[in-house]
Ligand binder design. Structure first.
Ligand SMILES: C[S@@+](CC[C@H](N)C(=O)[O-])C[C@H]1O[C@@H](n2cnc3c(N)ncnc32)[C@H](O)[C@@H]1O
Length: 291
């Protein structure tokens, strides 16, 4: 029997309140396909799902899958300070600290995620993460300083459901970068899913072996993914299916000057092949560039 954490409309189990403000049960209501709101992410990363996130995102496999791509990109630009705006359970924040980056600030809108990240920082290398709870739409209000780089990884930007929120978030990222700073933001290849359907080869590259992640519903305004864990528990995430060129256009429109988009960490690819795209958006003005 599967335990579906989405469809339950009951109360949290006794004692759940102490686990965090959103409790332990995902709630999408009677019409889960109608849930298309930016604010809903805080209700999706419930405590029990957060606890399982590192089973889904197997850190060792991820290390092997990503290699040194992000570290190399940051180092080649002389980056010393990084703001991780979608810290989640802390994988990239910890990785960058391990690699010796001078300043790493770990922000996220979910206190449940940040608590897990903080614990992971101590567990993996004894790092005290500098965690800040902040929603991207009000990032400048809650996080201080200017950074050489901002990273928004793990298909996080997909949680924003309105163009207004996407523009506001990108503008906040832009404002927190130094004059020659860089934003690294990744996304699933939704073009392939929308246009060709989901194939089994399009798995999360960083998925744990025993977790099945698959889209349950996809239309131009919603990609609803189901995550099934070995203990048969089931969770969902409702996300906005960002088309690659749309994301690039928004980045240009808020002011980013030069954007390189990699497909599964490669410079050359055919558009339908990669699982993930990584956008590397530079703020520095290039007088000769036609954008
Ligand atoms: C898919 S998880 C990825 C986490 C991590 N980067 C990783 O790769 O494992 C998305 C993260 O983005 C955060 N998030 C989503 N929308 C947000 C928003 N508007 N403001 C701040 N954080 C947000 C969620 O709380 C969650 O931790």
């Amino acid at each position: 029997m599967t335990m579906d954490h989405d469809t339950r409309s009951d109360q949290d189990p006794p004692g759940a309140a102490r686990l965090g403000s959103v409790g332990t049960v995902q709630r999408f209501g009677d019409e889960p396909l109608d849930v298309r709101e930016t604010d809903h992410y805080t209700k999706e990363y419930v405590q029990t799902f957060v606890e399982k996130w590192d089973e889904l995102i197997d850190w060792r496999r991820r290390y092997a899958g990503e290699g040194s791509f992000f570290v190399d990109q940051l180092r080649s630009r002389g980056v010393r300070s990084v703001l991780d705006v979608a810290t989640g359970t802390g994988y990239h924040s910890v990785r960058l600290l391990e690699e010796g980056f001078e300043t790493v600030v770990s922000a996220d809108g979910s206190p449940e995620m940040l608590a897990k990240a903080f614990a992971n920082g101590i567990e993996f290398g004894g790092h005290i993460l500098r965690v800040v709870q902040a929603d991207w739409r009000w990032l400048n209000r809650d996080v201080h300083g200017e950074y050489d780089a901002i990273i928004c990884l793990g298909n996080s930007f997909t949680h924003l459901f309105s163009e207004r929120d996407r523009r506001k978030a990108l503008a906040e990222f832009y404002a927190m970068l130094k004059h020659d700073g860089v934003l690294i933001l990744d996304q699933r290849n939704y073009d392939a899913i929308l246009d060709d359907g989901f194939s089994s080869k399009h798995q999360y590259y960083y998925c744990g072996n025993d977790v099945v992640a698959e889209p349950e519903h996809v239309d131009e305004g919603l990609a609803r993914f189901r995550y099934t864990f070995p203990d048969k528990s089931v969770y969902h995430l409702n996300m906005f299916p960002l088309r690659k060129d749309y994301t690039r256009r928004l980045m240009h429109e808020v002011g980013f000057q030069h954007i390189d988009t990699y497909g599964d960490f490669q410079e050359t690819y055919s558009d339908s092949d990669p699982d993930f795209f990584v956008h590397i958006a530079e703020k520095a003005y290039r007088p000769d560039e036609d954008i």
